[in-house]
Ligand binder design. Structure first.
Ligand SMILES: CC(C)(COP(=O)(O)OP(=O)(O)OC[C@H]1O[C@@H](n2cnc3c(N)ncnc32)[C@H](O)[C@@H]1OP(=O)(O)O)[C@@H](O)C(=O)NCCC(=O)NCCS
Length: 159
């Protein structure tokens, strides 16, 4: 994978709605992606609740996914994940841009998300996409021995 030039395969990236049938592949990626992964039930609840659930595919293979809730003029990125073997090739950026585009199309004024400050790859991705820190939620996340804060970040969409 590392030897493939980016422009040979990145244009083949396709986004589509997540379906119930995608949940096993999503869960596999989730478990590979996070120390404290979401359960299968959470993904099924997100689908039932009507959240914006999208998967990214390369050659019909799931390489990432994102989950967004939109309402009252605000969009919240609830999950964003790229399978480990496909990282550092611009897919996270493309996936987040897709969620931003969907938020704008839904007339959201601002997009928010929470991130662990220790998650440098994600923090740098969000900074590179123009998100700015607007707060901290103390002890928001489960962690190995105690709790970890969440950094709250915002992107103004239609300001
Ligand atoms: C965060 C995540 C989605 C990034 O996906 P990705 O496809 O690797 O990201 P990209 O290749 O699009 O990188 C875009 C930018 O993010 C930053 N970035 C990504 N990975 C990085 C890393 N390992 N170290 C430092 N910066 C990184 C860089 O600024 C990069 O821009 P550059 O390529 O011009 O330097 C991915 O690491 C992931 O799925 N992690 C596990 C799940 C997770 O933590 N999700 C976020 C929850 S808040």
């Amino acid at each position: 994978m590392a030897t493939l030039p980016k422009d040979l395969w990145i244009p083949q990236l396709a986004f589509r709605r997540m379906a119930e049938d995608d949940v096993p592949a999503v869960i596999a990626a989730e478990r590979a992606g996070y120390t404290f992964p979401w359960s299968e039930g959470i993904f099924r609840d997100c689908l039932r609740a009507g959240y914006v659930c999208r998967v990214a595919e390369l050659d019909q293979s799931l390489v990432g996914y994102g989950i967004l809730s939109v309402g009252a003029g605000e969009a919240h990125v609830l999950n964003l994940c790229v399978r480990p073997e496909y990282r550092c090739r611009g897919l996270g950026r493309r996936l987040l841009q897709h969620l931003i585009d969907l938020s704008r199309a839904a007339a959201a004024q601002d997009l928010f998300l929470e991130v662990r400050p220790s998650n440098l790859a994600a923090v740098r991705l969000y900074q590179a996409m123009g998100l700015q820190q607007v707060g901290v939620r103390r002890g928001y996340y489960q962690a190995e021995h105690c709790r970890e804060d969440a950094v709250v970040m915002r992107l103004t969409l239609n300001g």
